[in-house]
Design a protein around this ligand. Structure first.
Ligand SMILES: [Zn+2]
Ligand SMILES: [Zn+2]
Length: 720
């Protein structure tokens, strides 16, 4: 296979690239450099003298003001507006450069998400802090031991050492140094790679035969890969329909053409199965990029991708920036997952960036899901996998009406859990109880920084804010009236864990309080029985064939959010959890506890009716002009003082003026967060570029006013 052969040839790639650059060196003597700083006010690029071999994408250290900063070359020019004596040379050129198309992509991200070129370039740049790991490498010289002028015959051990070369010196370094002194060995330093350990969950399997549906879809995908400008596709397949096998085969086809592959997954810790399947199938040409790697490992994986030694990158949203040249395929697995949206500036959506990058590279984008977003159904060509690969039906789903039921679990649910050897239970709330108040005076414990209730975590004996991290001791008495009667309301995963343990099964709790989800998932997989309990993390792509029961506790918790995506999220959560049950010969069933048994999203999920749900949801959004029938842009103003926030928000409203094809909602107050009052405006527009430009200009104008220094502004295009 092409990828593996490349891997064996990789040793001299860096030097050959340098040689190629030298031959093709363009003439322009000026390099336009964008310094990578977070300051919003500072806009480059700035001119520097261009050293030999430096081109677009080169990463440099440049003198900037009174310090040295890292910068990226974003352009070249024949001349500069700076006088000759002020045009200075960079301090040095760093070892890794960026592919020019990533530099272009960063420019697009800066505009598309109202951010700065520097912040966008930071996303695509080599990972900071890592460097190559060097080892001593020993090679035998031409000179033989017998002709050694010293005349000393080598010892038995020295002969054995010489026979084993070339190899890393390791603990034999002192002995090899003595041979080096006699001219029999050369020692040099070499970069060596840190191997990333992959978690293996699920049995290794041979390449399975395709079903007729899979073969049809794969044929379609393979035709698209061959095209010059392939149209992106949505792979809509029920849970267990074998989407991953399509990704694997499409990746193999792409590699055979000498092109690279990016596989995006929601969260690597929760989806070790897909990583191990790619590593099993393609071996060393697979690199992973994610935040759990050490700086050194990340450096090495990035460098392997950049040099072409690795041609497949698997990772979460940031892997959309993998430095792969000649990209042929981008896969977006579980495309409905909200983790694809980045919450820091630039607030990019990896799904939108992936579309752009695929178009830029002439690569095929395959977005896959059992519960695709209405946007994707509306905008992409859809390929269907309507049945599970094993031919089993989806498990029956029973709705349990909780309106008359006290307690967290209905009796029917408890009985089913007693009988099931292995079950998954979903409750989308962490902690013990979701709020605490005084029975005597009604005082409720809230976060001093945010206007939200504090959540009781019994294991740590504290009340915690899930927004800012504030925590305090569990009160013994009311701070307002002194009453000893403090009530705990609602149940979170911690409380339910306690209740479920009474049933007698082992309980494996998976939520954001768990340090190592991969280890926990493996323990659950290997256990003969038990209950996997957790937040929405338990519904994400795991495949445990012996799970026969799925339970959703409080299915309407997501429906209560005042958000146009509430229906979509609820449908996805119930349908995804249903997809985890009954994947083995034992079959299975699903119970959905809800206070809203008639809610359209819950009823449709119980019928496995994705088409019905999507049709209804698209009609609702068309009527209300929500995405995909408009684009939303959210502007949030935040400051410690309420009046300053209100004033800034009104100024933004005025600066926005009339935007063609758009309406502006707000300003409206938001709940206080991390000690800051907030207000938001939402632009709902049909012409995306126009609305984005208007938002960016309004914020630049208002934020530029010195009297508003204390107010922070954030722009979120396509908020989730
Ligand atoms: Zn009280
Ligand atoms: Zn808080």
């Amino acid at each position: 296979m092409v990828g593996t052969r490349r891997a064996r040839r990789r040793k001299n790639v860096t030097s050959s690239r340098a040689a190629r650059c030298a031959i093709l060196d363009p003439v322009p003597p000026v390099a336009k450099v964008e310094p990578i700083t977070t300051a919003r006010a500072l806009r480059g690029p700035f001119d520097y003298l261009r050293p030999d071999g430096v081109g677009i994408g080169s990463v440099l250290v440049v003198p900037f003001g009174h310090r040295d900063v890292v910068g990226v070359v974003v352009g070249l020019a024949d001349s500069s507006d700076l006088p000759d004596d002020r045009l200075v040379a960079p301090r040095r050129v760093l070892g890794h450069d960026l592919p020019p198309d990533l530099v272009e992509l960063a420019g697009w991200i800066a505009d598309e998400y109202c951010s700065t070129p520097a912040r966008a370039l930071a996303l695509v740049s080599p990972p900071p802090g890592g460097r190559a790991k060097l080892i001593w490498w020993a090679t035998a010289t031409e000179r033989s031991a017998e002709t050694d002028p010293s005349g000393r015959a080598p010892t038995e051990r020295q002969r054995a050492l010489l026979a084993g070369l070339p190899r890393p010196a390791g603990s034999d370094l002192p002995a090899l140094r003595r041979l080096e002194a006699r001219g029999l060995v050369t020692l040099c330093q070499r970069a060596t790679r840190r191997h990333v350990q992959h978690e293996t969950v699920g049995a290794r399997r041979a390449q399975p035969a395709l079903t007729a549906d899979q073969a049809r879809v794969l044929a379609d995908v393979e035709i698209a890969i061959e095209e010059q400008e392939p149209q992106p596709v949505l792979l809509h397949g029920v849970t267990g329909s074998g989407k991953t096998e399509i990704y694997l085969r499409a990746a193999a086809t792409t590699l055979q053409q000498g092109r690279g592959v990016i596989i995006l997954v929601p969260e690597i810790a929760l989806t070790p199965q897909i990583v191990s399947r790619f590593v099993d199938r393609f071996g060393d040409t697979v690199a992973v990029l994610h935040s759990k790697l050490s700086a050194g490992e990340r450096h090495d994986e990035w460098a392997r991708l950049r040099s072409g030694a690795a041609r497949v990158c698997v990772g979460p949203r940031s892997a959309v920036f993998a430095p792969i040249e000649r990209l042929g395929l981008i896969v977006l697995d579980e495309e409905h997952d909200s983790s694809y949206k980045h919450e820091g500036d630039p607030r990019y959506d990896a799904r939108h960036v992936a579309l752009r990058r695929a178009r830029q590279a002439g690569a095929l984008l395959v977005a896959g899901s059992a519960t695709p977003r209405p946007e994707s159904v509306h905008g992409l060509r859809r390929l269907r996998l309507p049945a599970r690969v094993d031919g089993r039906p989806l498990p029956p789903v029973q709705i349990v009406d909780m309106r008359e039921q006290p307690g967290a679990l209905a009796p029917a649910t408890s009985h089913a859990l007693v009988d099931a050897p292995k079950a998954i239970v979903l409750l989308n709330r962490r902690g013990w109880s979701n709020f605490v108040d005084c029975r005597s005076c009604g005082h409720a414990w809230t976060c001093p920084q945010c206007d939200v209730s504090l959540v009781l975590h019994r294991a740590h004996e504290r009340l915690a804010c899930h927004h800012c991290g504030h925590h305090e001791r569990v009160p013994q008495r009311c701070s307002e009236c002194g009453s000893m009667s403090v009530a705990r309301h609602g149940a979170g995963t911690e409380r339910l864990e306690h209740d479920l343990a009474q049933i007698g099964h082992e309980v494996f709790r998976l939520d954001a309080d768990v340090r190592d989800p991969g280890v926990l998932l493996r323990r659950f997989e290997q256990a003969p029985g038990g209950i996997l309990l957790g937040t929405q993390m338990v519904a994400k792509g795991h495949d445990f064939p012996d799970v026969t029961l799925g339970v959703v506790v409080d299915a309407d918790s997501t429906l209560r959010f005042p958000d146009f995506r509430a229906e979509e999220r609820t449908f996805a959560l119930v349908a995804q959890l249903a997809g985890r049950a009954g994947r083995g010969p034992g079959g299975g069933r699903v119970l959905v506890q809800t206070m809203a048994p008639d809610a359209a999203s819950i009823a449709a999920a119980a019928r496995h009716d994705a088409d019905g749900f999507l049709a209804g949801e698209l009609a609702r959004r068309a009527a209300l002009r929500y995405p995909p029938f408009s684009h939303l842009i959210r502007i949030v103003c935040a400051a410690p003082e309420g009046p300053a926030v209100g004033e800034a928000a009104r100024a933004i409203r005025a600066a926005l003026g009339e935007i063609p094809g758009a309406i502006v909602l707000g300003p409206a107050p938001l709940f206080r967060l991390r000690g800051r009052e907030r207000a938001q405006l939402v632009i709902k527009g049909t012409q995306r570029a126009r609305a984005v430009r208007a938002a960016g200009a309004a914020v630049a104008e208002v934020a530029g006013d010195r009297t508003r220094r204390g107010v922070a502004f954030s722009v979120d295009v396509d908020p989730q």
